[in-house]
Design a protein around this ligand. Structure first.
Ligand SMILES: [Zn+2]
Length: 360
């Protein structure tokens, strides 16, 4: 069967496993807000810039958060289909699960993943995979490590090396491994969206059910496990909200409130760069258009928008990555009105209440 919908071009694994609801991209089996569409270049420079601003490398933290995020996502689906997973964890059926996971990775634009070998019983399991076109080699390795942790339990160690333009990832179960405290702390929160106050209409593809806007905005390359924006050609990924959530909480726990401002500032800079390189057609600040765009990308449900050249007040429900949405909207206001601005926001439940005003 073809990987993509013949009608709209959206990867079938994404449409089959997710629905667009209340401003979120919701995992059908777990009912949790699961993905946001995010620019790969931003995801990569995000960590670099964040590390630079904070004056410390974030590799370890990012690896742990990503592993924990992947583990959370897989655990959710295991809990929804326990019998299937018990059956599938026995050889040779584990190959089916790897193939399904590889399809999902391909569908979200993470890259292409092949299982090369798996050997050893519980506690001594070794898995070797080949990853090509990863959106980020380190993050893809950690996603695979999280998958193995969720699937077979026990800590794992992970080694990645480059070979012929791809990455060979070797994951070993390591019952004596350290770091359990970290994983416990990073355990993802359940991200459950509330029913929206102002539903957004996203007309669906008659064939696969994914919103038509997704096929209009993005184009899939299943052979390479990549997704690009039709306008501008930037690579994007359907990124795990768990990952952002874990990372934001971890940095917040380490560094307190100022860390959230750092996230917001990094996002503002990166999004401003994107707007400068690929100018948006039409008015990006037009209410219906903005509501649809936020919802398609899983960034929340726009409830209220008042904006002019003197500032803006914006209320968005079901926001699970507040500093990112705030940073983006701030950059978008600056782009629209051509002036530097500042913002304050509060988050109550998962509702973001954001005020923007021109910089003093
Ligand atoms: Zn379709």
């Amino acid at each position: 069967m073809k990987a993509q919908c013949r009608e709209c071009g959206v990867h079938r694994m994404v449409g089959k496993t997710h629905r667009w609801e209340d401003g979120c991209i919701v995992d059908r089996s777990a009912g949790t807000a699961n993905l946001i569409v995010y620019e790969v270049s931003a995801a990569n420079s995000w960590m670099e810039e964040l590390g630079r601003i904070m004056g410390m490398p974030l590799d370890r933290l990012v690896f742990n958060a990503a592993t924990s995020a992947a583990e959370g996502v897989v655990r959710d689906s295991i809990q929804s289909h326990p019998a299937l997973f018990r059956l599938a964890s026995t050889p040779p059926l584990h190959r089916i699960v790897y193939a399904m996971s590889a399809q999902l990775m391909e569908g979200i634009g993470a890259g292409r993943i092949e299982l090369l070998a798996q050997k050893g019983g519980q506690g001594r399991r070794e898995t070797r995979l080949r990853v090509s076109h990863p959106f980020n080699p380190r993050l893809v390795s950690s996603l695979v490590a999280g998958f193995v942790r969720a699937f077979y339990g026990l800590p794992v160690t992970c080694h990645t090396r480059e070979e012929g333009g791809a990455f060979i990832v070797e994951i070993r179960q390591d019952p004596a491994g350290a770091g359990e405290g970290v994983y416990h702390r990073l355990a993802p929160a359940r991200l459950v969206p509330a029913r929206g106050h102002a539903p957004v209409a996203l007309p669906a593809c008659g064939r696969c059910g994914a919103p038509r806007g997704i096929g209009d905005l993005f184009v899939w390359d299943p052979q390479r496990g990549m997704i690009a924006e039709r306008a501008g050609g930037q690579r994007v990924i359907f990124a795990s909200l768990y990952l952002f959530d874990s990372m934001i909480r971890e940095v917040h726990a380490e560094l307190g409130e100022p860390a959230l401002e750092v996230f917001q500032e990094v996002e503002r800079r990166l999004f401003a760069r994107k707007l400068a390189s690929a100018p948006a057609g039409g008015d990006p600040w037009e209410e219906e258009g903005l509501r649809g765009d936020l919802a398609l990308r899983g960034l929340g449900l726009l409830r209220k928008l008042e904006a002019d050249g003197e500032g803006a007040r914006i209320v968005v429900d079901n926001v699970f990555v507040a500093p990112i949405v705030a940073g983006r909207l701030l950059a978008l206001w600056e782009y629209r009105y051509g002036r530097e601005a500042e913002c304050e926001y509060s988050i109550t439940g998962n509702t973001l209440d954001l005020s923007i005003h021109p910089a003093a």
